[in-house]
Design a protein around this ligand. Structure first.
Ligand SMILES: C[S@@+](CC[C@H](N)C(=O)[O-])C[C@H]1O[C@@H](n2cnc3c(N)ncnc32)[C@H](O)[C@@H]1O
Length: 203
């Protein structure tokens, strides 16, 4: 994310992190850009609390807001004023129609030259590829959690938040970004269902 932001917009002054969690992404950006300010948005109060604690060293340069990014973003910033909008593993909870609307709103909010980067869980191209993703994921989770593979597999396939993930293929989402008007649209990095993609608003 940082390498891509740096390449296209090396001096972002205003940053927005949608679905900030504990502020992990905003923190990396604020550390890298000492002149920047950031607006962090999350709709979970426990996450907002975590962000307040985690971001305490940056409290003068960040505003942490309990808000839902599926509602209008224009209450958080004026149109064409934000240099960099990022999101990590959050937008896939929206239905596809709403994802596309959100991308349009992001485009409106970006200043000329501004960049949007979404680090995201995306759909596999086919069910067989999805199976491979799941296999790799379970292979990784089992030793990481010190559990046997079959237990992790059962937990993984029966996890309670499975239905909250409304995944869409990255190529389809890139097409939406192009249709909205973004330039330099690409999937900059992808490993199975984990993708880093986005685009830039022309100067
Ligand atoms: C998996 S966490 C990722 C947190 C952080 N972005 C990261 O990369 O570490 C997803 C976050 O998105 C938030 N979220 C999901 N849907 C949201 C929405 N519609 N509005 C605001 N926040 C949302 C959740 O509350 C959660 O904190």
């Amino acid at each position: 994310m940082l390498q891509i932001v740096d390449h296209f917009n090396a001096d972002p002054k205003k940053i927005m992190d949608l679905g900030c969690g504990n502020g992990f992404l905003a923190e990396i950006l604020l550390k890298s850009y000492p002149e920047a300010i950031a607006i962090l948005i999350d709709h979970s109060e426990p996450m907002i609390e975590n962000a307040r604690i985690n971001m305490k060293d940056y409290s003068e340069r960040c505003e942490i807001i309990n808000g839902d990014f599926s509602e209008s973003l224009t209450k958080y910033a004026d149109r064409a004023t934000v240099d960099c909008i990022v999101s990590g593993y959050a937008i896939h909870h929206l239905p596809n129609e709403q994802k596309r609307l959100l991308y349009s709103e992001i485009f409106d909010l970006l200043a000329p030259g501004g960049i949007f980067i979404n680090i995201e869980h995306v759909a596999s191209a086919t069910p067989k590829i999805e199976k491979l993703h799941d296999k790799f994921f379970i292979d990784h989770l089992a030793p990481h959690n010190n559990k046997d593979r079959s237990t992790v597999s059962i937990e993984y396939y029966n996890r309670s938040d499975k239905m909250d993930n409304i995944l869409e293929r990255v190529d389809i989402q890139l097409k939406w970004l192009e249709e909205i008007g973004f330039n330099h649209v690409d999937c900059y990095f992808k490993w199975m269902e984990l993708a880093v993609f986005g685009g830039v608003k022309q100067q």
